[in-house]
Design a protein around this ligand. Structure first.
Ligand SMILES: NC(=O)C1=CN([C@@H]2O[C@H](COP(=O)(O)OP(=O)(O)OC[C@H]3O[C@@H](n4cnc5c(N)ncnc54)[C@H](OP(=O)(O)O)[C@@H]3O)[C@@H](O)[C@H]2O)C=CC1
Ligand SMILES: CC(=O)C(=O)O
Ligand SMILES: [Mg+2]
Length: 625
C-alpha cells in the first residue's frame, strides 16, 4: 500500500475546472503507468480495493476518478469511463425509465441505496415528486407485503425477542460508531396493512432515508431498527418467505421489558442525545410508550405527533379558503386510534393556545367513530385517551347518522380501511357544507377512505381534499385538481433535524404547532387554486430546514435545548450539520503538487458538455445543471 501511495504521489493532479475540462482518460492512465513498472502500480491495495467497492458510504461506481481508482487499488475493476455525479444521476434516471413496474423500481433504488449512498440521495433529492412515491408510500407498502422476496441488503438492526437481555451486545455489531437517531418499529400496525411483523423494517429504513433526503441528516448517524417480537399475521407465519421469528406476538410485561431494555441500551451506547422515533406500533403500545418515555428520553411517536402536526397544517392552510378559525369547525374522525388521538390532541392544544378557548370547549368540537361505533360516555371499551373525547350520547353504530346529528365541517379518515367514505357520506358532507374538508389519510392509496375523484364527484367539486398517499392529478368536470398529500413526512424529518442539531429533547405541543405552521406557510395561492392545502413534496427540504430553525429558536427561548455555547447564526449552524450531497475526494493529501506541470487536458466542446448533463426534473422539464 505504501509503495502504491509513494508511486502515485509523484503523479501531478490536474488543477482544472471540471465543469469546463475533462482530463483525457488515455493521458491520465498512461501517466500513472509511466511513473513506475506496471506490475508495481497495479499490485497494491487489491484487498483494500474490494473493501472500498463494498462500502456504500465510500463507493462512487464509475464516479471514481482515475487517480482515485489507482490510489484505492480498484483500477480495472470498473469500466474505463468516468462519470460526474450529475451524469450518474442522469444515468440512473434513464435506467429507472426503462423499468415499468414501481416495485421493480423500488428494488433498483434499494440496490442503489445499499451500494452507492451518495448517488442514491442525490437522485432522490433531485427527483422528489417522482421517486418519493417509490421509496415511500404507496410502493413501500407493496415492498413490505413482499419483503421476503424483494428485500436485498437492507441495512437495519434486527432485534428479536430472543435477544432480550443481550441488546447492548447486538448494538455493538452495528457498523457505525456515532449513531444519533433511530426509527424503531415493531410492525404491529404497519401503514393500513395491519400486523406486518418483521417486514415493517422497510418502513424504518424508508423513514430514515427521508431523514437524509428531506432534512439532510447524515446517513451514518441513522439506525433503522425493527423489534421482532413475533406477529399475529397468520399469512406471514405460514409464508415460506417470511424472515421474522415464527411465533405469535409476545405481549405484556415481557414485551415491556424488551422495549425498556432497547431504550436503555441505545442511550447507554450512544448517549443522552440519542433520538428515538416510534413508528407503527399498535394502538395499545403507541401511547403507553410515548407517555412512559417522553420525559425520560429524547423521543417522539410519529403516528401520534407527526400526524397531528401535518393534519393541523392542513387545517391552517384551509383557513385561507374558508376564513374560519379552528374553533369554528366541527371535526369528525373515522377511527379512534393513535393518529386520530394525536390529531385531536394537537388541534385542541392549538385552539387553546391561540384561539382563547378552554380545553373542554375545544374537545366539544371533536367526535370520533371506530369499529364499535360512536365514541360515547356509554362505552366501556375506551382507553384513557379516547375517554377524553367521548360525548354524552346514546350509542350509534351508523356513521351516516352521526354526520346527520353532529353536522361536521371536517371529516378525517384514519381508520386503516379503504373506501369507507361512501358516496352517501360524501354527498351528505356536501349538503351540510359549502366547502367540506375531506381528509382520507389511511395509507397506502387502496386504504384511503375515499379517492379525490370520489370526493369531488359527490360534492360537485366543492370538497377540499387531502390524502395520506399521493393520487396525482385528477380531472373532474373539465377542471384539473392536484390535491395535496397530508403525510407526516412533511414533519418528522424536520423535527428530527431540530432535535438532533438543537438537542431539543421534548417535542412539546408548541413545537408541533410550530412545525404545522412551517408546512402551511409554504402553501402558495397557486397550490390552493389547484386544490391543494399542502405544498408540493419537493418543498420538504425547505420545510424541514424551517422546522429545525424555528424549533431551535423556540427551544432556546424556552430553555428546552441544551446548546452551549449558543451558536451566533442558527441557520449556518444547522447547515453545518447537514449531509453534503457532493462526492468527497478519496485521495491522500500529498497528491497535490502544484509546482509540477499540469497534465494536458482535452477541452470538451460546450455542446458535448451540455448534452452530457441533461437532467429530467420533477416537473418533467429538462434542465442543465
Ligand atoms: N397520512 C399520514 O401521515 C398517516 C396516516 N396514518 C394512517 O392512519 C391509519 C390509522 O393509523 P393509527 O391511528 O396509527 O392506527 P390504529 O390502529 O391506532 O387505529 C386505527 C383505528 O381505526 C379503527 N377502525 C378500524 N377499522 C374500522 C372500521 N371498519 N370502521 C371504523 N373504524 C375502524 C380502529 O378501531 P378499533 O380500535 O375499534 O379496532 C382504531 O380506532 C393507518 O392506515 C395509517 O396508514 C397513520 C399515521 C400517519
Ligand atoms: C405515514 C405513516 O406514518 C403511516 O401511515 O403509518
Ligand atoms: Mg406510521
Amino acid at each position: 500500500m505504501l509503495t502504491g501511495v509513494f508511486l502515485l504521489s509523484k503523479i501531478p493532479r490536474p488543477q482544472l475546472d471540471r465543469r469546463k475540462y475533462a482530463p483525457s482518460l488515455k493521458v491520465l492512465i498512461k501517466r500513472v503507468y509511466s511513473m513506475g513498472a506496471q506490475g508495481e502500480v497495479l499490485s497494491f491495495g487489491a484487498t483494500n480495493g474490494m473493501d472500498h467497492m463494498n462500502n456504500r458510504t465510500f463507493y462512487k461506481d464509475v464516479g471514481f476518478t482515475i487517480e482515485e481508482r489507482f490510489a484505492l487499488g480498484i483500477h480495472g475493476l470498473l469500466p474505463g469511463r468516468v462519470e460526474t455525479l450529475p451524469e450518474q444521476v442522469n444515468h440512473c434516471i434513464a435506467r429507472l425509465n426503462m423499468i415499468k413496474d414501481d416495485l421493480d423500481k423500488y428494488i433498483y433504488l434499494s440496490y442503489l441505496h445499499s451500494t452507492n449512498e451518495k448517488l442514491f440521495f442525490s437522485l432522490l433529492t433531485q427527483n422528489v415528486n417522482k421517486l418519493i412515491p417509490i421509496v415511500y408510500t404507496p410502493t413501500v407498502a407493496r415492498a413490505v407485503k413482499n419483503h421476503g422476496l424483494v428485500a436485498g441488503r437492507t441495512k437495519a438492526l434486527y432485534i428479536t425477542i430472543h435477544d432480550k437481555g443481550h441488546i447492548a451486545k447486538i448494538l455493538d455489531h452495528w457498523p457505525e460508531r456515532d449513531v444519533i437517531a433511530s426509527v424503531v418499529t415493531d410492525g404491529e400496525r404497519c401503514l393500513g396493512l395491519g400486523d406486518m411483523g418483521l417486514n415493517s423494517v422497510l418502513i424504518s429504513v424508508g423513514k430514515m432515508g427521508l431523514y437524509t433526503a428531506f432534512a439532510g441528516v447524515k446517513p451514518h448517524l441513522c439506525m433503522p431498527v425493527v423489534l421482532d417480537a413475533g406477529t399475529n399475521n397468520q399469512t406471514l407465519l405460514e409464508s415460506p418467505y417470511y424472515l421474522g421469528i415464527r411465533q405469535k406476538r409476545v405481549t405484556g410485561p415481557e414485551y415491556d421489558e424488551f422495549v425498556d431494555e432497547f431504550m436503555r441500551s441505545v442511550v447507554q451506547k450512544y448517549g443522552q442525545k440519542m433520538l428515538v422515533q416510534f413508528e407503527d406500533f399498535g394502538i395499545r403500545n403507541a401511547f403507553k410508550y410515548l407517555q412512559k418515555y417522553q420525559n425520560k428520553y429524547c423521543c417522539f411517536n410519529d403516528d401520534i405527533q407527526g400526524t397531528g402536526a401535518v393534519v393541523l397544517a392542513g387545517f391552517y392552510a384551509a383557513r385561507r379558503i374558508l376564513d374560519r378559525p379552528l374553533k369554528s369547525h366541527k371535526y369528525l374522525f373515522l377511527g379512534a386510534g393513535s393518529a386520530t388521538i394525536g390529531t385531536a390532541n394537537i388541534t385542541c392544544a392549538a385552539m387553546v393556545a391561540h384561539e382563547g378557548v378552554t380545553i373542554e370547549e375545544a374537545r366539544e368540537r371533536i367526535c370520533m367513530f371506530d369499529l364499535n361505533g360512536l365514541v360515547t360516555t356509554y362505552r366501556t371499551d375506551l382507553n384513557e385517551q379516547q375517554k377524553l373525547y367521548a360525548i354524552n350520547h346514546p350509542p350509534i353504530n351508523d356513521f351516516l347518522k352521526v354526520i346527520e346529528i353532529f353536522k361536521p365541517s371536517v371529516l378525517i379518515g384514519l381508520c386503516t380501511v379503504g373506501s369507507l367514505f361512501t358516496p352517501d357520506i360524501l354527498k351528505l358532507m356536501g349538503k351540510i357544507n359549502k366547502k367540506p374538508l375531506i381528509f382520507a389519510l389511511s395509507n397506502p392509496n387502496s386504504h384511503a377512505e375515499c379517492t379525490p375523484l370520489d370526493a369531488y364527484k359527490h360534492t360537485e367539486g366543492r370538497a377540499i381534499y387531502a390524502s395520506g398517499s399521493p393520487f396525482g392529478e385528477v380531472e373532474y368536470n373539465g377542471e384539473i385538481y392536484r390535491p395535496g398529500q397530508g403525510n407526516n413526512a412533511y414533519i418528522y424529518p424536520g423535527l428530527a433535524l431540530g432535535a438532533i442539531v438543537g438537542a431539543v429533547h421534548h417535542i412539546s405541543d408548541e413545537i408541533q404547532i410550530i412545525a404545522a405552521r412551517c408546512v402551511s406557510d409554504l402553501v402558495t395561492d397557486e397550490d390552493i387554486r389547484a386544490g391543494s392545502i399542502y405544498p408540493p413534496m419537493s418543498k420538504v427540504r425547505e420545510i424541514s430546514d424551517n422546522i429545525a430553525l424555528k424549533m431551535l429558536e423556540h427551544g432556546i427561548s424556552k430553555k428546552l435545548c441544551s446548546l452551549y455555547p449558543l451558536p451566533k447564526d442558527l441557520k449556518q449552524f444547522i447547515r453545518a450539520h447537514q449531509y453534503d450531497l457532493n462526492y468527497e475526494k478519496h485521495l491522500p493529501a500529498r497528491w497535490s503538487y502544484p509546482d509540477l506541470p499540469p497534465i494536458k487536458v482535452r477541452k470538451l466542446s460546450e455542446d458535448t458538455y451540455n448534452l452530457s448533463l441533461k437532467c429530467n426534473t420533477d416537473d418533467g422539464n429538462t434542465t442543465k445543471k
